[in-house]
Design a protein around this ligand. Structure first.
Ligand code: GLU
Length: 505
């Protein structure tokens, strides 16, 4: 039987998650869940200098908001914990030492000043300093000193790091599910630090040890980690462990121009870059996006179903997703498309749900409780939602259902308010007064037959009527609006326009 699929999302708590991180989490989640596997959250916090307070909770909250629950992770032990690398600190040294004993790694005592000096010296000659086969024997490490000298250095407590001993003149063949076979010449690689002088492992060592101990079967992560694959594969080989399968996801690219999507692009073009707000940066949640819209647009950033289908629920994604349909090339981020998705999902919502979400905005606008009643708001929402992308658009689209116009669109007044309009509106008030059941249909029938009986044109009545009811030439079917705001309010608005606009022409 094939081992159970186990994938992990392994962010570093160095700040808020970029939505690219959520895309990585999503692809991991889909891959595992489609096959009944486990989705694990591991917090990679070995770099204490970059640790940011609150970032871990932010990651957890973001996954929850997006609907990507983890099976194992901080606070949810599945027998492979702890899931924070800082709490696994005691584990790593023995693995680094094991590699030294196997001749696959070595101690290096070079001070940072010394390394800086080498770097600068190389730079001055237009070269790059790489710590590897061609200079390691000239540097201050266990390969270039006698066993006695080494013992002395270790005994006197000198600071050291442990570096990987990259083999010379070898060809590596790395397998990636998305990119196929990648050939690498080991001579271009540097001897990466595995274990730091502060007693902490580097990302590379901790990542490999933990993926092994946590029995991870598939490593699905961003393309920016592809350059680390050569080292990671060599580390698995050096330990004699089976490596997991690797899949490096394509970068998410800027909406325009070259390069990968950054926080700056979001700031410049006015779209969120984080799932949830973080300090001054607005998140997708706070900007009014629905999590299902975010998931849907992220799924199509780098993956395609091979069909024209664009709308996917999580359920449908779980059925359709496969790593075989993940592209190699970068996926361009399209902020307009994210809005298109949100508009789509907003239209799918129940009017009562939308009314509930709209409620706080109405409170904020100081709308009186009798106008905030569920049924009324629900009817308003059903009339205007078609044009809404976000719940917050509903106010702009429907304020006149809650507040009588306090002014009238100038241009429309000039065009629609004729000399005889006040007189006609006055007559219309009497027509409306005689209507018993003030439903949209009844109002429409009565008003139309009055227009016909008087031999008037529609154009003489309907546009000024809309102007006085709404305040501008906009909105849904006018009789629907009148039916909803009711007889009293409709007549009050007409009367108040007659007195405000008077005989203006
Ligand atoms: N800690 C790395 C990150 O912040 C994890 C990379 C990986 O998945 O191996 O993205």
């Amino acid at each position: 039987m094939a081992p159970k699929i186990r994938v992990r999302f392994a962010p570093s708590p160095t700040g808020p998650l970029h939505i690219g991180g959520i895309r990585t989490a999503l692809f991991n989640y889909l891959y595992a869940k489609k096959q009944g596997g486990d989705f694990i959250l591991r917090i990679e916090d070995t770099d204490q200098n970059r640790y940011v307070e609150g970032a871990e909770q932010y990651i957890i909250d973001s996954l929850e908001w997006c609907g990507l629950p983890f099976d194992e992770g901080p606070g949810k032990d599945g027998g492979f914990g702890p899931y924070r690398q800082s709490e696994r600190k005691h584990l790593y040294r023995q693995y680094a030492t094991e590699l030294v004993e196997k001749g696959k790694a070595y101690y290096a005592f070079d001070t940072s000043d010394k390394l800086d000096f080498h770097r600068k010296e190389h730079e001055a000659k237009g070269k790059t300093f790489i710590y590897n086969w061609h200079n390691r024997l000239k540097l201050d490490n266990s390969l270039s000193m006698s066993p006695e000298a080494l013992q002395e250095r270790l005994d006197d407590g000198s600071d050291y790091v442990i570096r990987f001993l990259t083999p010379q003149d070898e060809k590596l063949f790395l397998k990636d599910r998305i990119r196929g076979l990648i050939e690498i010449d080991t001579n271009i690689l540097d001897d990466k630090v595995l274990f730091k002088s502060d007693g902490m492992p580097t990302y590379h060592l901790a990542n490999i040890v933990d993926d092994h101990l946590m029995q991870i079967t598939h490593v699905i992560r961003g393309e920016e980690w592809l350059p680390s694959l050569a080292l990671h594969q060599q580390l698995y080989d050096a330990f004699g462990w089976n490596a997991p399968n690797f899949a490096h996801l394509p970068l998410i690219m800027k909406p325009v121009g070259k390069g990968k999507l950054s926080k700056r692009d979001g700031e410049k073009m006015g779209f969120p870059i984080f799932p949830l707000s973080w300090n001054d940066s607005n998140g997708y949640r706070e900007a009014g996006y629905f999590p299902e819209a975010v998931i849907n647009f992220l799924a199509l950033l780098g993956w395609n179903p091979g069909t024209e289908q664009e709308i996917f629920s999580m359920e449908e994604l779980l059925n359709a997703f496969s790593l075989d349909r993940v592209n190699k090339s970068g996926a361009r981020f399209d902020p307009d498309k994210t809005k298109w998705y949100n508009q789509y999902y907003l239209q799918q919502k129940d009017d009562s749900d939308l009314a509930r979400m709209f409620g706080p905005i109405l409170v904020d606008k100081a709308i009186l409780p009798n106008l905030r009643k569920g049924e009324y708001v629900k009817s308003v929402v059903s009339l205007v939602k078609e044009r809404a992308t976000f719940v917050s658009d509903l106010w702009e689209l429907s304020s006149y259902f809650f507040l009588a116009p306090s002014s009238y669109d100038d241009k429309a007044v000039r065009k629609q308010w004729k000399e005889d309009t006040p007189m006609l509106m006055d007559q219309l008030v009497s027509v409306l007064a005689s209507i018993g059941n003030f439903s949209s249909e009844n109002v429409e029938t009565e008003v139309k037959s009055w227009i016909a009986d008087r031999g008037l044109s529609f154009g003489k009545i309907m546009p000024p009527l809309r102007l006085v009811i709404v305040g501008a030439m906009k909105g849904p079917h006018l009789f629907d609006i009148m039916g909803l705001i009711g007889k009293e309010e409709s007549t009050a608005r007409i009367n108040s326009a007659i007195s405000t606009l008077g005989a203006h022409s």
